[in-house]
Ligand binder design. Structure first.
Ligand code: ADP
Ligand code: MG
Length: 716
């Protein structure tokens, strides 16, 4: 029967090559299918008509019937910039208003008709007693009355270029109507009958119709639900399948035993009792390592939650099974910190551990390369220097990556190839058996998001801090209360504590930022004069040696106050520092504020974080500050951050592709996402190959998605 939805959009009546070109370039619409998936941003109630004398000075959109009585071009006032605007005087039986265009004059002027009844629609501005409607959506009353209007009118996404070239919202609606005519509004069902009846979903055709031309609010809501569910369902289906395929396809190195290293450490050298969360996560990792599949696990845990010891104990499992392990961190400081930490933990275990970074010299490197290849070296720690081709392991069993968000998927896969070569009876596509992979991150990714983005990774979460940590008290103070804040600092120093004062540094306003920093530094020196008080200062323009010197003075406790830009964000550990003051806190993002705050609260003392701001605060800043003051929970903070900034930003571009959602919203539609994941799992549990007749629609749709074409070989 039906029209192939892959038909190029050019073939739709009323589109033609020029419009098709614009639709492709501006909205990515190439086919009928793409047009169907152009979902309205919002809907307008166009059943109401206003008289000009009824217009109000608000921002609601209104619909007015009247006639154009004159058109003129007017030079812009100087403050409004160069160019002219086109102004039409519009009149009904109660008054006059203006219609205004700032762009596309020629085309518009030619198309406007004088003394003909029009329906104009849009927001109105008010200036000196006259209402004006910029760039109105308009059509002749005669045309307007021809269309049977649904109660709500869709407003489609658009671009300036489309509007300028005459593809207004009304044109898109027309094109859409044409599409429904040609297809008779019949669209192939994409979900199974079972899902539709169980979830009481609208059928596909009905949902598609009501998303574009809702008959009423209730049907619109059901249409939205159905289409959001469908979108999220197929994303989850893909991710879950990918994971299943991965597990059956990628052979892992079986770690069959828990041996001497692990047991000795666990029974005799554990420096503290593990938290329940750490134990649970270790169990999850042990299960993965013992199975025949390669582990690909994400370990999430807030700063200070104790991921390092989990990493270390996982490495011991590798060693117990005759394998080597490595740990990669994004910066040299972090690598060194890990190296020292692991040396300490492995003190009595007779393990050989080495550090490899960009500053390792040639002879160190040579030694490391050799002992890696002959198997003398058990654990290698380092920066991405580990990824170099020269670094070859004898039998790498486990690779751990710290701070995953700074490494890309490519780097993860590079590590795969460092696994032992496969024997002929154990062939994989890679020619090697990849090591187990554990990626760790302190960037708390909300579960809902992690589920969608890292669907190919299994996820473990350490959601509990080691005991005895006191929650950091966070307050917001305005600049005018600085004296009180200084008094508080003095008291804390009196008690023997140390203080951080951090200034923002943003590339665009670097000069001003340094001025702020130096001004701040000077005023602090005035209030905390030597020799009674000692102050360190650290910023990015200093030589590394000077920076290090100043840091060391603070770390050793020789200075009371550390004035710094955000360079201290990563890597400093000074348990005696109990106060973090963040200047111009409104200029920092939430995750950065949270990371900075994590520099204190590392010792036994009550710690404080003081957010200093000026009086002028944007709404977003207020939300950020309130969030910081009300919670220490990194996950909660990440949720808010996600709401404020959107997911793409949070994850970096490489991973945001998955999140290119057409209708669903990961935050607002969290519940639908959860349900979609549940049903996707459920469907696959009962029918992993989607070969049951009842799942035919799902299989078809899935295959049309066109990805992972060869999967059926692996899972059947
Ligand atoms: P992160 O997750 O940020 O990497 P670390 O592994 O560096 O955290 O741990 C932070 C601090 O907490 C370290 O000093 C570590 O020794 C300590 N720690 C970790 N786990 C525990 C625990 N179960 N009990 C007490 N202290 C712990
Ligand atoms: Mg860490």
């Amino acid at each position: 029967m039906s029209i192939n939805l892959q038909t190029p959009i050019d073939y739709l009546k009323g589109v033609g090559p020029n419009r098709a070109d614009l639709l492709k370039k501006e909205l990515g619409i190439h086919t009928y299918q793409d047009l169907i998936n152009l979902f309205p941003n919002r809907y307008l109630d166009r059943t109401q008509y206003y008289k000009i004398h009824q217009l109000q000075r608000n921002t609601a959109e209104v619909q007015v019937i009247g006639e154009i009585i004159s058109i003129k071009e007017v030079a812009q006032s100087r403050s409004a910039g160069r160019g002219k605007r086109l102004v039409a005087t519009f009149k009904d039986d109660t008054g006059i208003m203006e219609l205004v265009w700032f762009r596309g004059h020629k085309w518009i002027r030619e198309s406007l008709k004088l003394h003909k009844p029009y329906v104009v629609f849009g927001k109105v501005n008010w200036f000196q007693g006259v209402f004006s409607m910029p760039h109105p959506d308009m059509e002749l009353l005669e045309e307007h009355q021809k269309h049977i209007r649904s109660a709500m009118q869709p407003i489609y996404p658009s671009t300036e270029k489309l509007t300028n070239k005459g593809i207004s919202n009304r044109v898109i609606i027309k094109i859409m109507q044409q599409l429904f005519l040609e297809t008779q509004g019949r669209f192939q069902e994409t979900l199974s009958d079972k899902l539709i009846s169980e979830l009481k979903l609208l059928a596909k055709s009905e949902a598609v119709f009501n998303i574009h031309f809702p008959k009423n609010q209730a049907l619109l809501a059901r249409a939205q639900f159905r289409l959001k569910f469908e979108e999220l369902f197929y994303i989850q289906l893909q991710l879950i399948l990918k994971n299943l395929i991965h597990k059956s396809k990628i052979k892992g190195l079986p770690f069959t035993q828990v041996g001497t290293y692990f047991n000795t450490f666990y029974n005799e050298h554990l420096p503290f009792e593990l938290t329940q969360a750490q134990k649970r996560v270790l169990k999850e990792i042990r299960q993965d390592l013992g199975s025949n599949a390669q582990m690909n696990r994400l370990l999430q845990g807030d700063v200070g939650s104790g991921k390092t010891i989990v990493a270390f104990m996982s490495m011991l499992m590798a060693l117990d099974n005759g394998f080597q392990a490595c740990l990669m961190a994004p910066t040299e400081i972090l690598s060194v910190q890990h190296y020292n930490g692991l040396l300490e933990l492995s003190n009595n275990l007779n393990i050989s551990i080495k550090l490899l970074t960009g500053s390792s010299n040639t002879s160190e490197r040579k030694g490391i390369h050799k002992s890696l290849e002959n198997g003398e070296l058990d654990i290698l720690i380092g920066t991405h220097a580990l990824l170099e081709d020269k670094v070859k392991f004898k039998h790498l069993g486990l690779a751990i990556i710290d701070e995953q968000h700074r490494f890309g998927v490519e780097q993860r896969s590079k590590l795969w190839h460092k696994g032992p070569a496969t024997s002929s009876q154990n062939k994989t596509d890679l020619g090697v058996i990849p090591p187990h992979i554990l990626v760790m991150t302190a960037t708390p990714i909300p579960r809902t998001l992690a589920m969608s983005v890292y669907g190919d990774l299994d996820i473990s979460v350490i959601d509990e801090l080691p005991p005895g940590r006191q929650a950091i008290k966070t307050v917001h103070r305005y600049d005018k209360n600085r004296l009180k804040v200084f008094r508080f600092i003095r008291d804390e120093i009196e008690k023997g504590r140390q203080i951080y004062i951090v200034y923002p540094l943003i590339q665009e306003s670097e000069k001003m930022d340094y001025k702020d920093l130096m001004d701040g530094y000077e005023s602090i020196v005035r209030d905390f004069p030597p020799p009674k008080y000692q102050i360190s200062i650290v910023h990015g323009k200093m030589k590394p040696a000077d920076k290090d010197y100043e840091m060391q003075r603070f770390i050793k406790g020789e200075t009371n106050i550390m004035v710094a830009t955000t360079v201290i964000e990563v890597g400093v550990n000074v348990p005696n520092a109990s106060v973090m003051i963040i200047e111009s806190a409104e200029r920092f993002g939430l995750s950065q504020l949270h990371q900075l705050r994590g520099r204190v609260g590392r010792g036994a003392e009550q710690s404080y974080c003081i957010l200093m701001t000026s009086h002028k605060l944007s709404n977003d800043s207020k939300i950020r500050l309130d969030t910081m003051c009300s919670t220490n929970d990194g996950f909660e903070i990440a949720e808010v951050d996600l709401k404020l900034r959107g997911p793409g930003d949070l994850m970096g571009t490489q991973q945001s592709g998955v999140l290119n959602l057409k209708i669903a919203d990961l935050i607002k539609d969290k519940d639908i996402l959860q349900s979609a994941r549940y049903y996707a799992k459920n469907v696959l549990q009962n029918d992993p190959t989607l070969k049951h007749p009842e799942n035919k629609a799902i299989l078809n749709t899935y295959q049309q998605l066109g990805k992972y074409k060869n999967i059926w070989n692996y899972i059947s």
